[in-house]
Design a binder for this molecule. Structure first.
Ligand code: IMP
Ligand code: MG
Length: 175
């Protein structure tokens, strides 16, 4: 663990993530008062955030996941996104909350949003833990954002570099 930490700059501490997730849960619960949410986490990066966020939401929540992948294992986002595992709960007529780890170029979340929209939900909103606005290429914005961060490659709290670091409880940039 210590050896691994030497290459990392902690950008967002565990306690700050926890605090922000509680705030997001409160805001979302108020916005959806009297309704039911179908939360759809985007795999794999959003798995940790989704698990924490839904536990801070106090309206009824159903959970599903969708898997997408941009081609390759590199730190560079790709415009070409593919569906690797589909949702199982029908979205027709539901109030969908899409949850992702980060909006970088925006291509992957735009792909997922359009895919879900084609299945006629009653509404669709986006919640992302992190936003790197400097990198945006696709025309897409989040309705709920945890933190806006500078253009650095980050890992932890679900985000990986070549499948490592997803289990870190904080967000760190690789040095
Ligand atoms: P997009 O560029 O917005 O399409 O981002 C695609 C995906 O790339 C995100 O959902 C993340 O899984 C991953 N990604 C983008 N930026 C980072 C980063 O800084 N660290 C780790 N993964 C990232
Ligand atoms: Mg992702």
């Amino acid at each position: 663990m210590d050896k691994m930490k030497q290459n990392l700059d902690i950008l967002i501490a565990e306690k700050d993530i926890k605090k922000r997730v509680v705030e997001l849960g409160k805001t979302i619960s108020a916005d959806y008062a009297g309704r039911e949410i179908l939360a759809i986490g985007i795999l794999k990066g959003a798995w940790v955030f989704t698990a924490d966020l839904v536990r801070e939401i106090n309206v009824p929540v159903a959970c599903d996941f969708i898997g997408v992948s941009s081609y390759g294992d590199s730190a560079v986002s790709s415009e070409r996104v593919k569906l690797v595992s589909d949702i199982r709960i029908p979205v027709n007529g539901k109030d969908v909350l899409l949850i992702d780890d980060i909006i970088d170029t925006g291509f992957s979340i735009k792909f997922v949003k359009e895919y879900i929209e084609s299945k006629n939900p009653a509404s669709i909103k986006l919640c992302v833990l992190l936003d790197k606005p400097e990198r945006r290429k696709a025309d897409i914005h989040a309705d709920y954002t945890g933190f806006t961060i500078p253009d650095r490659f980050v890992v932890g709290y679900g985000l990986d570099y070549a499948e490592r670091y997803r289990n870190l409880p904080y967000i760190a940039a690789i040095k």
